[in-house]
Design a protein around this ligand. Structure first.
Ligand code: ADP
Ligand code: MG
Length: 436
């Protein structure tokens, strides 16, 4: 709806022009912008409170009619007074909107993100002083955007007069391209170089344009020299961003590069509990463990799975039992992922390694038996819907940490031993084929 509204906005203005005198239009509508649209409400940005009061009192009905005339009838028209920084062009402004849930309070801290979190708090405490720039590095879905927006929200809450801008790098590049066409360089440079804090998400996008990197270099210098805060994020460290010139790489490392790693088991449990409680979802300990054990790729996937579980439970009017959770987890797996009965895995491993199933399921610790048992655990993690606890229980009555250890053991062997790696791949392919 947001994009559709943005496209309709010029038509709404045309419609208003027909309804009011040219003077009225010039006075009241030439300085307002569509800030965004959500569900069935629209947000209009106005220069000051006088506009807000006057438009609400005298022109709200007219605006609603104008939206209706172009085929969109929002339930609510809201007016927002411009912040202290100059307005961005309409299509860029929508990218700078913040998710109000991306706060520090909602961010679960664990060993994998502790440094990034502490640095983000330090930036809010004394912007431009402690870590400048702060560069957050981490894979997809690990909380970079969340922390960046938390910094922005906290800075604005702490000092409402501060000019703080959060923008995905792609939107920044789009604004640059837009400015090449419009020629309004004073507005562009005035906006970015006049900020107290510039927060740019996913700077690997800088690879796309050499000309933009040149502009960005000057923006960076100008802000840095004036001790204004710069915060950046990327899925890789500065030196691995393709095409990034050395002068930018070195600048990005002037402050602190804080890496975010995938959350460990305990942090995943804490994230699940926090998210479930915010959704009013009551989860049994077994369900929490199942989710924490099976959804390990990244936090986004974890949060997505809890949302799916919550939707599933309310749509089907059922309880979030272990069975239901397992269904949801496996429905959310990338397509093409099938599951294999654990008995088949034991049969295949036993055949390939010449170790009887009985030995695989026993507590015997001879080296050859241990490797075969670990392979069975490794395959069970990838090919079954079972939790770590269940896999451990089935293969010799072991606990979940043994399965994690087995998995790490096999991954390490895989990396160092090519023939072993081919045996594993062949086993996995055979098992998938036999169940396909
Ligand atoms: P990235 O920008 O690194 O790809 P996001 O910031 O978009 O990741 O995070 C993905 C999702 O996971 C978001 O819903 C975010 O709120 C959530 N999330 C990530 N890390 C945490 C955390 N430590 N605590 C709570 N939620 C988190
Ligand atoms: Mg992100």
């Amino acid at each position: 709806m947001a994009q559709k509204m943005q496209d309709l906005w010029p038509k709404v203005l045309e419609e208003l022009k027909r309804q009011v005198s040219p003077q009225q239009f010039q006075t009241w509508f030439s300085k307002v912008h569509l800030l965004g649209a959500e569900d069935d409400s629209v947000d209009i940005q106005v220069p000051n409170t006088l506009y807000k009061e006057w438009l609400s009192k005298s022109y709200k009905g007219l605006l609603e009619d104008a939206f209706s005339a172009v085929g969109q009838a929002p339930r609510e028209v809201r007016f927002t007074v411009e912040g202290p920084s100059p307005p961005l062009p309409l299509h860029i402004a929508s990218s700078s909107r913040l998710n109000k849930d991306y706060t520090f309070e909602n961010f679960v801290v664990g060993p994998a993100n502790r440094l990034a979190h502490a640095a983000a708090l330090a930036v809010v405490e004394s912007p431009g002083c402690t870590y400048n720039p702060l560069f957050l590095e981490g894979g997809v879905g690990l909380g970079k955007t969340h922390l960046l927006q938390a910094i922005c929200l906290a800075l604005r809450a702490k000092s409402p007069g501060l000019r703080v801008l959060y923008l995905p790098c792609e939107a920044f590049v789009n604004h640059y391209i837009y400015t090449i066409k419009s020629g309004c360089w004073e507005d562009f440079r005035g906006l970015y170089r006049g900020l107290d804090a510039l927060i740019i998400d996913d700077v690997s996008f800088l690879s796309h344009s050499q000309r933009f990197r040149e502009e960005f270099f000057h923006t960076f210098n100008s802000l840095y020299n004036a001790q204004r805060q710069i915060v950046l994020s990327s899925s890789c460290p500065p030196e691995e961003i393709p095409s990034l010139e050395e002068r930018l790489v070195s600048r990005f490392k002037w402050g602190l590069v804080a890496k975010i790693d995938p959350p460990d088991y305990e942090t995943r449990v804490a994230i699940i509990e926090q998210k479930a409680s915010s959704l009013g979802l009551n989860l049994l300990q077994d369900v929490v463990s199942l989710l924490a054990e099976t959804v390990t790729a990244n936090t986004r996937e974890l949060v997505g799975t809890i949302l799916s579980l919550s939707r599933f439970v309310s749509l089907n009017n059922c309880l979030p039992t272990v069975e239901v959770a397992r269904q949801v987890v496996f429905a959310a797996r990338p397509r093409g992922k099938q599951t294999v009965p654990i008995e088949d895995i034991l049969t295949a491993v036993s055949g390939r390694f010449g170790v009887s199933q009985h030995l695989l399921q026993s507590k015997k610790r001879t080296k050859s038996v241990v490797v075969a048992r670990h392979v069975a655990m490794y395959l069970a993690r990838r090919l079954t819907a079972l939790s770590l606890k269940e896999i451990g229980g089935f293969i010799g009555g072991r606990d979940h940490s043994t399965v994690i250890h087995a998995d790490a053991h096999i991954l390490a062997l895989r990396d160092s031993d090519k023939p072993f790696c081919s045996i594993l791949d062949a086993l996995e392919a055979d098992l998938l084929r036999s169940c396909g």
